[in-house]
Design a protein around this ligand. Sequence first.
Ligand code: GCW
Length: 709
Amino acid sequence: MLLAWTFALPALAEDGYDLWLRYKPLPEAQARQYRELGAELVAPVQTPTQQAARDELVRGLGGLLGREPAQAAAVRRNGALVVGTPASVPQLASLQGDLEGLGEEGYLIREARIDGRKATVVAANSDVGALYGSFHLLRLVQSGEPLAGVDVRESPRVKLRVLNHWDNLDRYVERGYAGESIWDWHRLPDWLDPRYTDYARANASIGINGTVLNNVNTSAQALTPLYLEKTAALASVFRAYGIKVYLSARFSAPIEIGGLATADPLDPAVRQWWKDKADEIYRTIPDFGGFLVKANSEGQPGPQDYGRNHADGANMLAEALAPHGGIVMWRAFVYSHEEPDDRAKQAYTEFVPHDGVFADNVLVQVKNGAIDFQPREPFHPLFGAMPRTPLMMEFQITKEYLGFATHLVYLGPMYEEVLRADTHARGPGSTVAKIIDGSLESHALTGMAGVANIGVDRNWSGSHFDQANWYVYGRMAWDPHASAEEIARDWARMTFSTDPAVVEPVVSMMMGSHQAVVDYMTPLGLHHLMGRGHHYGPGPWVEGGPRADWTSVYYHRADARGIGFDRSATGSNAVAQYAPPVAEQFGSIDTVPEDFLLWFHHVPWDHRMASGRSLWDELVSRYGRGVDYVRGMRRTWSTLEGKVDQERHHQVAVFLGIQEKEAQWWRDASVAYFQTFSRRPLPAGEAEPPHDVEYYKSLQFPFAPGDGK
Ligand code: GCW
């Protein structure tokens, strides 16, 4: 009895806190191959980063293989693990030449002879490179990959790989679905929650090297001495893991906390204030990363308040940070109250004229699409349109528009779709990935940002599968050319099991899940149809209110004739912002991919689709297809009962049930609503929505999580 109870305990501990770094014992058949590797570890501990790498290896190999490796200064037996740089481990000096070209953060993993014996080596030019390599090695072992003949050579293709936390100082997380902020500001700087270290470990394991701690809609308080001291405390935890801290800067801070009468970027007193502020920050945090700025967007202050432009604003901050090596990430998510034109065009209109004018330490941070993290958007027309400015990708990891944390939606395929899109900026093959990694226009300063989905929930991300989105974001920031499917496989192996009977069904569920959410929420290029404010649930009927482009009717434009936003030459002509071959493809109803049909065109209800169906029939069938996919995921997941620990299995199963209900609700409400325009019957075999539109409109969710405040 007692024995059974003791054995039952570890299953209870699977609450998701350990993320993909679970290090549970490998099945004996897999563990056997690592016996020698796990016996002896040569890894220095002279610096905090070296210590972090060795701690991780001891923890990881100890957990996976059932015993901690013995630590040694020299290799005494075959098969040992040797980790470090030529400077920290003299035996690695012979690898100096091979390390060339790997840069500050790269590493190699291979077999080599050390001290006359065969060893597995993780070698790098810097401690942080060795830390990244250690995590990679652990991933191989976690996945049961054979190490015989291992030959890994990795270095990041993007320089700044950053999380953006939309966390307020009162711990409220805007668009957060995983509980309140993990930054316990009130108890900082003294109380360093152990969670901060685990956060840093998780990020370092996927190569994330920066974090913006506060919301882009920020209070200027974040820049006061009180908060800088707290930020410095977090930086002191993250430093060992190669992670720099950044802060969102409120453009009007010189007024609010500086006592000045203006924040005009050309005013000498304002410029001096920012220089002094930067000096103060770097006295407190010598390796501070820089500022992220949301200016003149959704009511935030900015240079345009003073008749100046984005470059004036960004360059002023850049000048203050430059002496310290800091950078400015200036967001292109702008749309003004006055601008009556198609919202999708505004960022391009405001930014392209300033190409080449931004200071060297400025990146312009562009959301993946021109509207706002919709379930599917065509790539943002700014990609390819500002060759002389480093453009940083902004992806959303938190699922503001994709079902919050309860829907199982793996974002890897969406990130991949955007990164692989061809802008044709310099002829065919000018992918977004090549703009982000700087290779297309030879930019050395490159970056990717992901809006974090992290909160105090035990499982960090609000659901077990949302951890995969944090994971894939990091891996794609490291390598924007990487494959979403391979990353899903790595994640599933580390997170659930190395058993292919678990991994393959899980990967297949994940890979189709993005298309499914597009289908049941916004098929065929529809967008921005969610509930007002909180963005929970369907709201295709949303109209009125302060501005047209915060409604749904502005975007879908359904009428008796058809549906969709005409952005072709006969409409807003947003297509003209793309390079000519793309503009041509998107601009014609005959050549636009069906996935973007209603994004770019107002299409008659009886338009013939590739399937042979009318647009109306196709639309209804896409909605149904999305719901069916969720049903399929439920079935697949139920077959994994007993193969995945009970606690996590149960929560995923329940969440899939919520997802199915909500997918059905999206489908029913949308079909009922659009039918009032199409006035057509549902295609054969499609169920009538159980309620009329008035019912769906009447549903209210005043306390849905994550709304902006
Ligand atoms: O996606 C929208 C969100 C806002 C957010 C804004 C932005 C932080 O609804 O909550 O504000 O975009 O990206 O600035």
